[in-house]
Design a protein around this ligand. Structure first.
Ligand code: FE2
Length: 409
């Protein structure tokens, strides 16, 4: 039986274990505290670089940024574009250089996931000058279905939705939640999609598929779960990691099938994720304020990280690159350092890209761009650090404070 909102990280205040845990919590620290540690002292760690919801903002400068970030594994949590096959193919090409892991999001099936999306495709086709292209493929349904298949084929094994993956030399194994999730408990709107592409006919069946993926490896390495939307059970306020902020009432919008699979793996054989990575619910709340992007399960020490800092590309000085001028942007990545068994640290990393129009007076280079890609220590913002065997310090963006969380061993 699925729970609408589960027990992960929560116990009733009257429960004796809750009181024991609560008494261990250290009062909130200075809001401005920044926990910085030199990366050079942490070479034995696995360096995961996570790209939150891209929403079309990915170009060659981001590929250059990866050369600086040097990931042991590169993780995309979906919503790369609006069913943008060409962009997915560019991301897929990163397999040549990196250990790539991805789970696509609801936007990646923008014209296919729901009836509303399929109508959107028909409307676009009718308005498109490319109508011949659609009709030559039979109908918009056939066209958009082929797009989904093309995206999944391009990603291949790197797409870990309902599956799992490990890489030689990387001390972590990866398992995927439900691909293309749009969040919440409603199944009817997406029923046809999951039956067509995955043979999954209910939320319960979906939970079983995720559980199979979680249990597929032997448990020797830290398990990293990747999903587009996080699990339910992380709180029902709009500022919680999976809380809904775009409609009333505020509620837990996490995936119940993912929560159920995580819970069952833990309760049945003690198998737990060291890390659960996801996106979907953006860090800026629709009606103001910031979302808490970090959570820690107090029983098993699993770390939950929402990577959806959107937009992931920001202009630094308001200059959006008029002709002949300097254009400076910062691009967001989430860096997670994983130790032998647990996450050790997570930080937002903003890589700066400066593009200068080459000197018009130089005939060889007139019109070309000079690009600098750089990362300064002040452009990293720690959001989680392990401070002892069984304690994490995490940043709560909603209240701009740090708290310490003790977990059971
Ligand atoms: Fe999404």
């Amino acid at each position: 039986m699925l729970k609408g909102a589960g027990q992960i990280g929560r116990l009733l205040p009257t429960h004796p274990r809750y009181r024991a845990l609560h008494s261990k919590l250290v009062p909130a620290r200075n809001a401005q505290t920044r926990v910085m540690t030199s990366l050079s002292s942490q070479r034995s760690l696995t360096n995961l670089i996570v790209v939150g919801d891209v929403h079309g903002l990915w170009d060659e400068s981001d590929v250059r940024a990866l050369e600086i970030l040097r990931p042991d594994a590169l993780v995309f949590v979906g919503d790369i574009g609006n069913q943008d096959v060409e962009l997915i193919e560019r991301v897929s090409a990163l397999k040549e250089s990196y250990n790539l892991v991805a789970v696509l999001g609801n936007h990646d099936a923008w014209y296919t996931l729901t009836e509303r999306g399929r109508k959107r495709a028909i409307k676009n086709a009718l308005q498109s000058s490319n109508l011949k292209h659609f009709t030559s493929l039979g109908d918009t349904g056939a066209y958009t279905k082929q797009q989904i298949l093309d995206m999944l084929e391009a990603l291949g094994e790197a797409h870990v939705g309902y599956s799992n993956l490990a890489f030689d030399g990387v001390r972590a194994s990866f398992a995927g939640g439900r691909p293309f999730s749009k969040g919440g408990v409603q199944w009817s709107a997406v029923k046809d999609f999951y039956e067509t592409y995955y043979g999954v006919s209910s939320m319960e069946e979906s939970g079983e598929r995720i559980l199979d993926a979680l249990m597929a490896d032997g448990g020797a390495m830290p398990l990293v779960v990747v999903a587009h939307n996080g699990p339910s059970g992380l709180g029902s306020h709009k500022h919680d990691p999976c809380g809904v902020d775009f409609m009333e009432p505020e509620d837990d919008f996490g995936d119940p099938d993912l929560e159920e699979a995580l819970e069952t793996a833990y309760m049945s054989c003690g198998r737990h994720a060291a890390l659960v990575l996801f996106g979907h619910m953006h860090h800026r709340l629709k009606y103001g304020g910031l979302r808490n992007m970090v959570s820690v399960d107090e029983r098993m020490g699993a770390v939950y990280l929402n990577a959806a800092v959107v937009p992931r590309v920001v202009h630094v000085d308001g200059n959006e690159g008029e002709a002949g001028k300097r254009k400076r942007t910062k691009r967001h990545f989430l860096r997670v350092l994983v130790g032998k068994e647990r996450v050790e640290r997570a930080e937002n990393v903003w890589v700066e890209v400066t593009e200068d129009q080459a000197d018009e007076g130089c005939p060889d280079r007139a019109g070309s761009m000079l690009e600098t890609v750089s990362l300064a220590e002040e452009d990293t913002e720690c959001i989680l650090e392990r401070i002892s065997d069984n304690q994490y310090r995490i940043f709560k963006a909603h209240t701009n404070e740090w708290i310490d969380i003790t977990f059971d061993h």
